[in-house]
Design a protein around this ligand. Sequence first.
Ligand code: FAD
Ligand code: NAP
Length: 527
Amino acid sequence: MNPVSDSCPHREACCQFGRSDKIIYGFLKEVGTNVFVHGTYDYDLAVIGGGSGGLACAKEAVNHGARVAVLDYVTPSPLGSKWGLGGTCVNVGCIPKKLMHQAAILGESIHEAVAYGWEVPAVGDVKINWSALTEAVQNHIKSVNWVTRVDLREKKIEYINGLGSFKDPHTIVATMKNGSKKELTARNIVIAVGGRPIYPDIPGAKEYCITSDDIFSLAHPPGKTLVVGAGYIGLECAGFLNSLGYSATVLVRSVPLRGFDQQMAGLVVAEMETRGVTFHRRAVPVSVEKMENGQLKARWMNTETKEQSEDVFDTVLLATGRYALTADLNLPAAGVGCVAPNGKIVAATEQTDAPHVFAVGDVLQDRPELTPVAIHAGRLLARRLFAGGQQQMDYDNIATTIFTPLEYGCVGLSEEEATRRHGADSLEVYHAFYKPTEFFIPQRNIRNCYLKAVALREAPQRILGLHFVGPVAGEVIQGFAAAIKCGITMEQLMNTVGIHPTVAEEFTRLNITKRSGKDPNPASCCS
Ligand code: FAD
Ligand code: NAP
């Protein structure tokens, strides 16, 4: 037990207590009937949630000499899916999603290879083996779970496989799988519990539908699938399922990828439609019932005409957003009151209204739900807590990519948001359709390969947003995201010499403005 009186990071917020041998600082926030006075703790930092943000914060904290414990616990999905240490990204998010996207791309490449002269036997019969795919994906995930556990052990971070909740501001109770309880105290506590899929309140949702928590380990091929929701997850899942050979239908409540540049979202959807995905617009689910043959009858309603439609599917996948996992935490016991109605924590600088309790990652209100955001915020927080760091997380200009069949990568403002903030007259939008070289053999649809730069009109035309629909969009946008951070202008972009032949070089070739009304279609591959 180490006295913490001299090093308490919240000395200003705490009160002094005289003791015969020394002064200790007491945290006097009144919580119900509890008045917690701290002096010694089991850990300098306890992290609730061993996902992207929590693990990054924990590892950075031990690098700076802190004694750290991480609690991680996965409550099974209604279908019974559960997984290991590492959080959403590793187990039921970015990683399995990217692997299934890659499987879909490879399937298409087999067909394309023939046009390049590859002699593929019976290419018409090529089809995916779903159980081989899920087995390969799950094996990779298990190896990451294992490496993560070993990493924590080597770094001397205590891993507790229990569901954490607050007993008082500095005490956490972990409920283990067998129901036993373990208590620990910590001077600082980071909440990094992430979120889980929302089930719409319709008959049959929890009984018969699956979510992204289940799809990557689904024991049987999904077959004909209805995807409810047209956000990141809905479009990505519909995209890879369709490319893997499973019919996919998407219900769009308002617009696809709401909040994103709608011209780009339109191209993403147009490409998916060309490839066979069906979209029902202005459609909300009404019910899902199981038929005698085991298939699912789904009904939905058009929100404008109120007309109802139905169809039969093998799988209904709900992708209607995610809620934060704060309900189990007993936050009032910690003195954390800044919780939005959706359960997310409001904490502008990751510090909650209990000064020693912090939050990072998906659990935060109004922050992008992205792995690198959680990781970066977690690391910076650990440096501020244990290494005298001053740097705050900058949530602006965070690049992202939607891994649809034609990917969409962007950084900065959409054209709509730039117009709202600056006015259309103050903007110059450069744009172009382009032909990726690899789309010539075999001739592939290039109608939706498009990019644009949204810039201020006044010289030197600082760039506010870059948008790209095409192959490897994430790889293309990542470097430009660094340039945007550095304040890149159109002048500088146009003076950048491209790498030929790549799709990323298309940004350096932009020269047509929307205002000019000139044709943004490409003339030839090397013009
Ligand atoms: P999480 O990674 O969710 O970790 C929280 C952990 O805390 C979980 O293990 C949870 O079980 C545990 N926990 C919860 N409550 C408790 C408790 N009381 N006690 C103990 N443990 C608890 N982001 C990208 O950047 N790129 C992508 O391509 C991408 N694809 C995605 C695809 C899908 C299908 C999904 C669902 C998400 C995707 N994301 C992607 C988002 C990304 O996964 C999240 O932003 C990221 O995982 C958030 O990290 P986190 O640390 O906040 O929470
Ligand atoms: P999301 O992007 O918020 O999309 C939710 C979708 O469901 C929206 O289209 C929404 O329609 C619709 N919806 C919500 N309630 C509905 C209802 N009752 N009936 C019908 N439709 C409904 O959420 P998400 O796709 O679940 O993704 C969650 C987060 O994970 C994302 O914000 C993202 O940050 C992260 N993620 C990232 C990646 C990536 O980086 N590639 C991939 C996947 C997930 P409205 O628009 O009308 O509300």
